[in-house]
Design a protein around this ligand. Structure first.
Ligand SMILES: Cc1cc2nc3c(=O)[nH]c(=O)nc-3n(C[C@H](O)[C@H](O)[C@H](O)COP(=O)(O)O)c2cc1C
Length: 163
């Protein structure tokens, strides 16, 4: 089992809105267990509000690079991403939880992250955010897969000018 989290600065009174994304299709699985520990820590130690989203229960269609979201701020697909994106946009912190699938994140998580392309089109009009990453896999801590996932989120965060 592997675990890592960075930019996990949940400062009382500074980070008020946290969105936790569970990218596991097994919504009550190992990833959920770790995310629940995070939730417990937040509830016991901060005044922040926390919204928990199981991506495994959502229907999100793939980004087709049509660029419609650059004009409208919404995905042309009538999928659940259009209800999730405003929650994510308003959050001070996003925690991404995903099992390792083939050295990377799950398809459920990637489908949502691809929709972040709307912020690219809208010239980065998205508030600065803290992000946390919690991942779990069968391979031991120290396996390259955790570095790969960490690097991916660091690049995404840098690109969006988040912390
Ligand atoms: C399609 C698939 C691919 C997987 N690939 C990896 C992998 O590359 N490395 C790894 O350590 N575990 C891999 N696993 C194991 C899961 O990461 C592991 O069982 C994890 O605990 C599942 O989390 P969950 O209980 O939240 O679903 C894979 C599992 C599946 C179903």
């Amino acid at each position: 089992m592997g675990f890592f989290c960075y930019n996990r600065e949940v400062e009382k009174g500074i980070i008020m809105k946290i969105v936790v994304l569970n990218g596991s299709p097994r919504t009550m699985g190992n990833t959920r267990r770790l995310l629940e520990e995070f939730r417990k820590g937040v509830e016991e130690n901060t005044e922040a509000t926390l919204e928990f989203i199981d991506l495994g229960e959502k229907s999100i269609l793939p980004c087709e690079a049509c660029n419609a979201c650059g004009q409208t701020g919404r995905c042309k697909h009538k999928d659940n991403s259009n209800e999730l994106m405003p929650l994510i946009t308003e959050a001070d912190m996003i925690v991404f939880g995903t099992p390792v699938y083939w050295w990377g994140i799950t398809a459920q998580m990637k489908l949502l992250i691809d929709k972040f392309y709307t912020w690219h089109n809208l010239s980065y009009k998205v508030p600065n955010k803290k992000i946390g990453v919690i991942t779990v896999g069968g391979a031991a801590v120290g396996d390259e897969q955790y570095d790969l996932i960490s690097s991916q989120f660091r690049c995404i965060s840098n690109f969006l000018k988040w912390d």
